[in-house]
Design a protein around this ligand. Structure first.
Ligand SMILES: *[C@@H]1O[C@H](CO)[C@@H](O)[C@H](O)[C@H]1NC(C)=O
Ligand SMILES: *[C@@H]1O[C@H](CO)[C@@H](O)[C@H](O)[C@H]1NC(C)=O
Ligand SMILES: *[C@@H]1O[C@H](CO)[C@@H](O)[C@H](O)[C@H]1NC(C)=O
Ligand SMILES: *[C@@H]1O[C@H](CO)[C@@H](O)[C@H](O)[C@H]1NC(C)=O
Ligand SMILES: *[C@@H]1O[C@H](CO)[C@@H](O)[C@H](O)[C@H]1NC(C)=O
Ligand SMILES: *[C@@H]1O[C@H](CO)[C@@H](O)[C@H](O)[C@H]1NC(C)=O
Length: 430
């Protein structure tokens, strides 16, 4: 059982400081008794000079396609095709355009800005004593992986050393994922204690990757912690949050994100009442089999006018650009005054920078509005009056009625993921 004395642990970013965790005893309250994990975002689609980072956006779109392709492969194996979102199909592996392969140096974009550092990262530990990792928290996948000490290509990251943990063991089986630039990451499986904030999952199965593609060398995160359901797990195992729940280590079966320029956090085991006001508007998952955080009955408006309705949405914290099926994206942009195609292949549109539309989503309750500033991914080029919109038409293989909403949307609401309710909730940010 979860101890009634509340453990509130504030973990400073591993790379920035090494503050001692603060613990204090106080009576547990129904909500608000979970653990705060500060998140840090290092990149955006907009360069410091306000110009759209095309290469970064393309990398993200390829990565998203291959991540969800892998999810469908895992889902088919774990549950069966019946669990697929409507119209979903496993596509060929997507690859980067030629100019981004290899070292991929094009134009004047510095190397560190070229990589897909678009994640929300935060700290975790693995093993006893705990080994620190900076992790990409991803509601759009379900596995935990970090690089292992013997990995020659992973040297720029924190590496897991199994020989230095008294609680870990190698377990049968392997792990392999593909990034879409022709290479893959693979490695062995281990089980060990995984701690996020103060929440510990014992015997958690994860992958310790011993080969990593060049694309990950200067990625700010060491690895990924998937917060999706077990059905999507490549390791076919209980993901961290589910293990923690089974073991009574998390006070409640939900977690929540606040994503913002600063003060972003992941709250594990409930919601943080100081970050939102009013009720949380919950929407049941479309399917409890699919493993995605997917909710239906969505509609989109541009300047208050409805431009799409009755579609499904997957809330994926591991993505930035909103992706809609190509036909839906074309219809969406067709209703935006002044919009024109920016890049046909990648499904990107531009709008005059000074007349960015107010875009909102609703699931039948409140309307959640994205600020035009968040929807604006930057000028098409230096001196241009046009800016790229953060909604792309992209076939992720998830069917022609499913949109993917990542942090561009999540910034507009406090977003709650409830395993107990099998629902996603939104509340007004405080
Ligand atoms: C891990 O991070 C914590 C908190 O930032 C710090 O106190 C500790 O020294 C770190 N451990 C190692 C091995 O770096
Ligand atoms: C692990 O694999 C080895 C050899 O393939 C086999 O002998 C052993 O029984 C397996 N262990 C488990 C727990 O499945
Ligand atoms: C870890 O894996 C080993 C080997 O399969 C197993 O014996 C052990 O029970 C596992 N530990 C936990 C805590 O699950
Ligand atoms: C390691 O990552 C940093 C950014 O986090 C980057 O500046 C540096 O070039 C990388 N080193 C190598 C060898 O790739
Ligand atoms: C949501 O699911 C719960 C059961 O988990 C059910 O009681 C409730 O009626 C559902 N709500 C809607 C609007 O379908
Ligand atoms: C979506 O796909 C189905 C078949 O899978 C097709 O019948 C339907 O017309 C498509 N809808 C759109 C808007 O493309």
């Amino acid at each position: 059982m979860f101890c009634k004395a509340t453990l509130i642990t504030t973990v400073a970013l591993a790379l920035l400081s090494s503050a001692t965790p603060i613990t204090r005893d106080e009576p547990s309250v129904a909500t608000g008794s979970g653990i705060r994990v500060p998140l840090y975002k290092r990149g955006s689609l907009k360069n410091a000079d306000g110009i759209f980072n095309y290469d970064k956006a393309v990398r993200e779109l390829v990565k998203l396609k291959n991540k969800h392709r892998q999810n469908l492969i895992n889902l088919e194996r774990n549950v069966g095709r019946d669990a697929f979102p409507l119209g979903a199909e496993i596509k060929a592996l997507a690859s980067l355009p030629a100019h981004l392969l290899g070292n991929g140096k094009r134009g004047a974009v510095p190397l560190t800005d070229q990589r897909d550092d678009l994640e929300w990262t935060g700290p975790i530990t693995i093993g006893t004593p705990g080994q620190n990792f900076t992790i990409d928290f991803d509601t759009g996948s379900s596995d935990l992986w970090v690089p292992v000490a013997s990995c020659d290509s992973c040297k720029n990251h924190s590496l897991f050393d199994p020989t230095k943990s008294s609680t870990g063991q190698k377990v049968n089986g392997s792990f392999s994922i593909q990034y879409g630039d022709g290479s893959s990451a693979s490695g062995d499986r281990y089980n060990d204690t995984v701690t996020v904030g103060g929440v510990a999952a014992k015997g958690q199965i994860f992958a310790a990757v011993s080969k990593e593609s060049a694309a990950f060398t200067d990625d700010p995160s060491d690895g990924v912690l998937g917060l999706g359901f077990p059905a999507l797990s490549n390791l076919n195992t209980s993901p961290f949050f589910f293990t923690a729940l089974e073991q009574g280590a998390a006070p409640e079966g939900s977690f929540a994100f606040k994503l913002d320029q600063s003060g972003s956090e992941l709250f594990i085991g409930g919601t943080n009442p100081s970050l939102y006001k009013g009720d949380i508007e919950y929407h049941n998952l479309t399917s409890t089999l699919s493993g995605f955080w997917q909710i239906g009955g969505a509609s989109a408006t541009v300047q208050g006018k409805q431009v799409a309705s009755e579609f499904d949405t997957i809330i994926d914290s591991g993505s930035t650009i909103i992706t809609a099926p190509p036909a839906a994206a074309a219809a969406f942009w067709g209703s935006v005054e002044g919009a024109k195609v920016f890049d046909k292949d990648e499904g990107l549109w531009s709008v005059p920078c000074d007349s960015f539309p107010e875009v909102a989503f609703s699931w039948g309750g409140k309307t959640w509005t994205i600020s035009p500033e968040d929807f604006n991914a930057g000028q098409t080029e230096e001196g241009s009056k046009d800016c790229v919109g953060a909604l792309a038409g992209s076939d992720l293989g998830l069917g022609n009625s499913t949109w993917l909403l990542g942090d561009t949307f999540m910034k507009s609401a406090y977003t709650v993921f409830s395993v107990d309710k099998r629902a996603v909730g939104f509340a007004q940010l405080a």
